[in-house]
Design a protein around this ligand. Structure first.
Ligand SMILES: [Fe+2]
Length: 202
């Protein structure tokens, strides 16, 4: 049984510290070694921060997770495209998280949507390595999908979901408003044995 969407509000006590870190970070365009796409305005976090996400995700979910990648990411109104909008985070381990740094602006309603492919009646990618070729033409077309869940952006909200679950930012032009864009910290995790999971508390 694959766990469902897990959401925690007030996820970290030192949220102001996290926000200040993100607001002073240096962003760059990064080419993903997994899918070869260029992701604009990314700040890849270091080992210390990955460890913090390991502890956060493990303590909040009860699952023995180890963070393998974490990055602050902005969705930019010029640079961000809708290519591969609906997707599964295949090639990134077993679970993913989105840590929202800002409330969605009033009346805007951006967040993360989860989807079921209408023709194939699937919510989960059938493998952990690649999205099947026959689905690729539908990734940018929400009309081919049914939205099965939505988590709104809220400051200090932590969302965890299996990487094989189809999802997207939403709305498609989900870069929010003004200078802050849509800014989140994304992280990916491997399931590890209980023996090697961290024993710290948050
Ligand atoms: Fe994703």
């Amino acid at each position: 049984m694959v766990p469902n969407i897990i959401v925690f509000d007030g996820a970290v006590d030192d949220f102001d510290h996290v926000l200040k870190y993100a607001e002073t970070a240096v962003f760059e365009d990064v080419t993903s070694p997994v899918d070869g796409r260029v992701y604009p305005d990314v700040h890849v976090l270091g080992e210390k921060e990955r460890d913090a996400f390991t502890i956060l995700a493990t303590s909040r979910t009860g699952l023995p997770l180890r963070c393998n990648l974490a990055a602050i990411r902005k969705n930019h109104p010029v640079k961000t495209t809708t290519e591969g909008l609906i997707h599964a985070d295949v090639g990134h381990g077993d679970f993913a998280s989105v840590f929202y740094l800002y409330d969605s602006p009033p009346g805007y309603g951006d967040g993360t949507a989860f989807w079921r492919h209408l023709r194939d009646d699937v919510e989960f990618n059938p493998n952990t390595t690649h999205i099947p070729d026959e689905l690729l033409p539908d990734l940018d077309n929400p009309q081919k999908w049914d939205m099965t869940g939505f988590v709104g952006a809220r400051a200090n909200r932590f969302l965890v979901y299996p990487t094989v679950r189809y999802h997207s930012r939403w709305p498609a032009q989900g870069w929010a408003l003004g200078e802050k864009c849509r800014t989140v910290i994304v992280a990916f995790y491997d399931l590890v044995s209980n023996e090697s999971a961290p024993s710290h508390t948050v």
